[in-house]
Design a protein around this ligand. Structure first.
Ligand code: IPM
Ligand code: MN
Length: 349
């Protein structure tokens, strides 16, 4: 039986996770779920952001469904003990989940929720950000804070660039066959090297078009003409920043799922958004990114492509039927809360 570790975390995490589980239940999958504390919940209940029991639950599982972590309550802790650095980053590293897939797609009924002019996104928008997730400046050694300086090392090794570049080219082969590799090769040596290695890997993929773009230009191009992009390949930090930007093009960061994958079928699936402490506990959060993350899990870790697509179609249908949570509310739509949204999607499965 397939095993899923359920790490709901903090803030709106538990609320949106409940809706994702509701849908998985409805699909009648033969899955076994194991819940465990993570982030602030780990700190409060077990004394640390990533308790040993939680690691064990994850190691015994085939995939991790992750909610969100962090909040003001834990912000005064030393950085490495905080929910984000103490739980999420070690989890990614521990399972070598180097490939972070962040699809930014416009659901046509939500086009008016985008901050971009209708003519810019007309005809849809479908960008896949492939972000390197376990190296770069996030994990570089040394890093530190001293009395009068702070520093983080940015380093990429050849193998680390090669494997994420392959994920980008392979993804592009199944899509519009274009990869835009984002770097800052006009300033950073790491990025000169990045560009060189991406070009080397590209020789294995003659069918895919490759272009290079500086990150500052890419961030501008994303709002100027997002439809020029198919797959965006980026290092850890640039991918982090660009994926928040891309999410807003689609209307709300509350819509974006992600998959963090390693070389086997194991993966961690989480919404791109955070724990939104300001609205936590009110039942108004948008559960769709969490629900769509569960859909990605079915596809990437369990090869349940049909079930995964059923979830996506049900989400689309609910939006077409005019139901919205507050973050994506539009004229003439009906506003619903978090659990109503889950019910509506479940009804349409
Ligand atoms: C994300 C988040 C994380 C990141 C934080 C919470 C550590 O912003 O998943 O995009 O920077 O990777
Ligand atoms: Mn981020």
């Amino acid at each position: 039986m397939a095993k899923v570790a359920v790490l709901a975390g903090d803030g709106i995490g538990p609320e949106i996770m409940a809706e994702a589980l509701k849908l998985l239940d409805k699909l009648g999958l033969d899955f076994q779920y194991a819940e465990a504390d993570v982030g602030g919940a780990g700190i409060d209940n077990k004394g640390k952001a990533l308790p040993e029991e939680t690691v064990k639950v994850c190691k015994d599982s085939d995939a991790i469904l992750f909610g969100a972590v962090g909040g003001p309550k834990w912000e005064k802790l030393p950085p490495e003990e905080q929910p984000e650095r103490g739980a999420l980053l070690p989890l990614r590293k521990m399972f070598d989940l180097y490939a972070n897939l962040r699809p930014a797609r416009i659901f046509p009924p939500l086009a008016s929720a985008s901050t971009l002019r209708p003519d810019i996104i007309e005809g849809g928008l479908d960008v896949l950000i492939v972000r390197e997730l376990t190296s770069g400046i996030y994990f570089g050694d040394p890093k530190g804070i001293e009395e009068d300086q702070g520093y983080d090392m940015m380093r990429y090794r050849r193998g680390e660039i090669e494997r994420i570049a392959r994920v980008a080219f392979e993804s592009a082969l199944k899509r519009d066959k274009k990869v835009t590799s984002v770097d800052k090769a006009n300033v950073l040596s790491t990025m000169v090297f990045w560009r060189r290695v991406v070009e080397d890997v590209h020789r294995e993929y003659p069918k895919v078009e490759l272009e290079h773009m500086y990150v500052d230009n890419a961030s501008m191009q994303l709002v100027r003409n997002p439809r020029q992009f198919d797959v965006i390949l980026a290092g850890n930090m640039f991918g982090d920043i660009l994926s928040d930007e891309a999410s807003m093009l689609t209307g709300s960061i509350g819509m974006l799922p992600s998959a963090s994958l390693g070389d086997g079928g194991f993966g961690l699936y989480e919404p791109v958004h955070g724990s939104a402490p300001d609205i936590a506990g009110k039942g108004v959060a948008n559960p769709l990114a969490q629900i769509l993350s569960a859909s990605m899990m079915l596809k990437y870790s369990f090869n349940l492509v049909e079930e995964s697509e059923r979830i996506e179609s049900a989400v689309l249908k609910v939006l077409e039927d005019g139901y919205r949570t507050g973050d994506i509310m539009g004229v003439g739509c009906e506003q619903v809360n978090c659990s109503e949204m889950g019910d509506l999607v479940a009804e349409r499965l």
